[in-house]
Design a protein around this ligand. Sequence first.
Ligand code: SIN
Length: 297
Amino acid sequence: MTVIAGPRVRPQEEGTDYSHIGVTRYSASLGAIIDGVDLSQELSDDVIAEIRRALIEHLVIFFRGQEITPEQHLAFAKRFGTLNQHDQVKGMADYPDIIEVRQEPTDTRNFGGAWHGDVTYLPEPPLGSILYAKELPPVGGDTLWANLYLAYDQLSPGMRAMCDPLVMMHTPAKIYGLASLDWSKDSSMDSSPNTSAHYETEHPLVRTHPESHRKLIYVSGAYTPRFKDMSEEESTPLVDYLMDHVTREPFTCRWRWEVGDVAFWDNRATLHYALNDYSGHRRVMHRVTINGERPVA
Ligand code: SIN
């Protein structure tokens, strides 16, 4: 049996080099809780620089007990880059840059209910997303994240050598294309099967992160059905292996939401998964997504 080791934890280093914010690790594999920041306020450049550093270091960062308006949510996100409007899901009527991730008690399908990175099929996929919990079910509705660096680091040298040159084809077609399940039938998300989802974008399977300069496995669930110059049938065994590998428990963390929590993830180095375990209840989140850059090997 292959033993997958978790990362080494070095508690003596915890949060010591931050002078404007508190940073406490949340799990052994990724995640940190940020204290001392009120996201409703205009934050100084020094605070933003430390938040960005914490994001790059911990991959998903959590802020508790926030009370932010849509304008404040957008203003915070804009400190990290330009904003992305989802190409397949309509944003809020008054705030097109915010997606309301909403599940009503009668809905059976949840948005984000499988491991994925956000809109990785774009030629320049997002830097990250900032999700704000507005209304939560009495139980359930947690979100999981996975660390794609650890997944790469813990492949065998032979497997890394095989993966390094591969090119992955990303597409929205399986989730939003003509043959996809119609969101309007079992979900409150504003999207329905359409031809604009029928395209592919190529990205390196092994991506070098533009800020950490570390390598990671850039797969993205249903958005990545095949490798370049290979059929889906030929690609599936390796894609499935890699998805199973990158989402192994030692590479993940799980967040139990409270109203007012904000999660900010690095979409370039993580996957996430919203659990659909709260049937009969309402859950409402606001998501703002920040544009990123073209991935490089
Ligand atoms: C998403 O995939 O962006 C949704 C995550 C969540 O609702 O927890």
